[in-house]
Design a protein around this ligand. Structure first.
Ligand code: AMP
Length: 174
């Protein structure tokens, strides 16, 4: 299987959730067991030799990747969620989306000082979502080993926003 096969399995939905957005729908990729496995295996190959304690998944599509990757790497899984979803004490960070603004939260006791984390989401657009996650991780004094995405929308230059915080890995650029 090639990267092109993975790319071809992702559905482009024009004008969702609003006019002008080309939504990259990964549901058509991950419903195929070979492609879902290949995505996780390729990410695991990239990070298997690095010292990672936790894989952080960003709600909601990041969970689908981060949980499988954490299992494969033998790491813990830590969720970063939209506001008011996590039950215990949280840290909150506002962020800008390609289409709107929101807040992200992490449990205040979820990462030990100095822990090495990998931040995972399905897609990197402007970088606002992953940057907010990075700021939460930094507030907890953990280290960002890297950011990992299936898709990077190159024209939006999100990698430049994230690189001061950690290396950016993406399987596919669009
Ligand atoms: P950003 O914060 O601009 O990097 O946007 C990334 C976040 O928004 C990720 O959680 C993506 O799932 C979602 N997202 C942004 N743009 C798109 C898009 N064109 N297609 C699918 N998801 C997107």
């Amino acid at each position: 299987m090639s990267i092109e096969d993975i790319k071809n399995s992702i559905r482009n939905v024009p004008d969702f959730p609003k006019k002008g957005i080309q939504f990259k729908d990964i549901t058509t990729a991950i419903k195929n067991p070979k492609i879902y496995r290949e995505i996780i295996d390729l990410m695991a190959q990239e990070f298997g030799k690095k010292k990672i304690d936790y894989v952080i998944g960003i709600e909601a599509r990041g969970f689908i990747l981060a949980a499988a990757l954490a299992y494969k790497l033998g790491c813990g899984f830590v969720p970063v969620r939209k506001a008011n979803k996590l039950p215990a004490q949280v840290l909150t960070q506002k962020y800008a989306l390609e289409y709107g603004t929101d807040s992200l939260e992490i449990h205040a006791d979820s990462l030990e000082k100095g822990a090495n984390v990998l931040i995972v989401d399905d897609l990197l657009a402007t970088g606002g979502t992953a940057l907010a996650t990075a700021k939460l991780v930094k507030q907890l004094e953990a280290n960002i080993a890297a950011f990992a995405f299936i898709i990077e929308l190159k024209d939006l230059n999100g990698a430049a926003t994230l690189e001061p915080y950690g290396k950016v890995f993406s399987l596919i650029t669009w």
